[in-house]
Design a protein around this ligand. Structure first.
Ligand code: FAD
Ligand code: NAD
Length: 465
């Protein structure tokens, strides 16, 4: 290897790490990114956001052809699933994305060092298969990995994590999903659309527990109507694989008698943990917090002065766009700039149908904080475009400060919710009020008009209900 000293070395090429590397290179730093996976892009591009959305898109089209086009007067006969082609769509989409990052690295003259990195000291890393490299600044972006439950061993065949759950080669007759969060609902939806009988077992008393309570309840009702089954307030105590499938033992979360459930495939989706294993953090003086995340200050600095950390491995929501924004910001901080991330305006989207999108505070959080707020709500049943596309389930809810009218949170359940939320995110970023959204002209006929109507409803003056 020619020159082994860099200005900036990033460990991990997920959305946090690869964006940090590109931004650092743009700012004129001699930059390398160490990635141990065969391809760039991290969890998100390889086994997360991108492949799951490829399957969600494909399965939605299959379901539409099978069940929904008739209502529009489109007769479709002999709809059949071609799962190998659908899975081929997923792998093609992943390849295009990971190759895209490799192209961007070349374009920005970033060295991709293939192998696992480990700290020798605060400025030297040993990269497996490459050797020692030195850097003035090191950014840890090593992401997260799936967690399982005691008594449950993920074998990626019958008891799968999201990674195995994306790669199934046949549709299970009966799929049990443990965990009613993002992955449980998204991948549960994919296999349900393709014909599996799906039961979601959730420990808490509602699905999507981090989201606004009203949204969680409505989402469960809608998915239930679509045919997914839910066992709430229930914990799984064991899952045993046999030749014929998996036997799960479950019991009420609050205690009580156990029962068993049979499944062909079990998907474990009970969350992810920050991943900083085998990094040799002690040699560099980098400390973890009480939740085993890398401890950072508001400028992503770890307990070692020249070492930074971003993305899933630090505090905050485990979302790709949060990791990306931190990747941009950390490179700019190293360059002496003063970027800012508004953690109150980071949206979360569940890409089911309908979609669920959320930003800022939920009603429960506002009540708990004792903040007086006004609510504006508008149902999609009253939106012309929603009727035109047969997508009238759901609503837009905007929460605004009772005194100042500043938007504090928004929660949408409905078609394209993930796209609709963005105008509210932008309003929040600029400290906007519900009145600002209400007075902004919205094109007709669009689903966006429901956002405007919800903003009008904050002041008790919606037009179409
Ligand atoms: P990662 O993407 O996890 O990347 C970390 C990289 O570091 C990995 O490639 C790893 O191999 C590498 N690495 C680790 N240790 C070392 C080492 N010592 N040396 C070299 N390399 C190392 N988020 C969304 O916002 N939207 C979604 O739709 C979405 N869908 C998801 C679907 C699924 C099924 C999953 C599992 C996750 C999804 N996420 C989604 C979450 C998203 O993938 C993560 O938030 C995001 O990938 C975090 O980015 P990161 O850069 O912090 O880490
Ligand atoms: P999650 O935190 O979204 O959901 C985990 C669910 O499992 C929760 O509802 C939790 O109450 C439940 N649970 C925990 N222990 C349980 C137990 N013993 N029995 C039954 N249920 C239990 O986690 P996830 O779905 O595994 O996803 C991991 C992370 O990946 C998410 O937090 C999210 O940050 C990210 N992700 C994002 C997207 C997206 O943005 N669309 C999609 C997938 C994943």
């Amino acid at each position: 290897m020619a020159d082994t000293s860099y200005d900036v070395v990033v460990i991990g090429a997920g959305p946090g790490g690869y964006v940090a590397a590109i931004r650092a290179a743009q700012l004129g730093f001699k930059t390398a990114c160490v990635e141990k996976r065969e391809t760039l892009g991290g969890t998100c591009l390889n086994v997360g956001c991108i492949p799951s959305k490829a399957l969600l898109a494909a399965s939605e089209r299959f379901e539409a052809a099978r069940d929904h086009l008739g209502a529009f007067g489109v007769k479709v006969a002999g709809v059949e699933l071609d799962l190998p082609t659908m899975q081929g769509h997923r792998t093609k989409v992943v390849k295009a994305n990971v190759d895209g990052v490799a192209y961007l690295f070349k374009k920005n003259k970033i060295d991709w060092l293939k192998g696992a990195a480990r700290f020798k000291n605060a400025t030297t890393l040993t990269v497996e298969g490459v050797g020692d490299i030195t850097a003035k600044h090191i950014i840890i972006a090593t992401g997260s990995e799936v967690v399982s439950l005691p008594g449950i061993e993920i074998d990626e065949k019958k008891i799968v994590s999201s990674t195995g759950g994306l790669e199934l080669t046949s549709v299970p007759k009966k799929l049990v999903v443990i965990g009613g969060g993002y992955i449980g609902l998204e991948l549960g939806t994919v296999w349900h659309r393709l014909g599996a009988e799906v039961t979601v077992v959730e420990f808490l008393d509602r699905v999507l527990p981090g989201m606004d309570g009203e949204v969680s309840k409505q989402m469960q009702r809608i998915l239930n109507k679509q045919g997914m089954q839910f066992k709430l307030s229930t914990k799984v105590t064991s899952a045993k694989s046999s030749k014929n499938g998996v036997t799960l033992t479950v019991e009420p979360a609050a205690g009580g008698s156990a029962e068993t459930i049979e499944a062909d495939i079990v998907l474990v989706a009970v969350g992810r943990r920050p991943y900083a294993d085998n990094l040799g953090l002690e040699a560099a003086g980098v400390q973890l917090d009480d939740k085993k995340r890398i401890k950072t200050d508001h400028q992503f600095r770890t307990s070692a002065a020249n070492i930074y950390a971003i993305g899933d491995v630090i505090a905050g929501p485990m979302l790709a766009h949060k990791a990306e924004d931190e990747g941009m910001a950390v490179a700019e901080i190293i360059a002496g700039q003063k970027p800012h991330i508004d953690y109150d305006a980071i949206p979360g989207v569940v890409y089911t149908f309908p979609e669920v999108a959320s930003v800022g505070k939920s009603e429960e959080q506002l009540k708990q904080a004792g903040i007086a707020y006004k609510t504006g709500k508008f149902p999609f049943t009253a939106n012309g475009r929603a009727r035109a596309i047969n997508a009238t389930d759901g609503f837009v809810k905007i929460l605004a400060d009772a005194t100042t009218d500043r938007v504090l949170g928004a929660h949408i359940i409905g078609a394209e919710a993930g796209t609709l939320i963005q105008e509210i995110v932008l309003a929040m970023e600029f400290g906007g009020s519900a009145e600002d959204i209400a007075r902004t002209c919205h094109p007709h006929p669009t689903l966006e008009e429901a956002v405007k109507e919800a903003a009008l409803a904050v002041d008790g003056r919606p037009i179409h209900i």
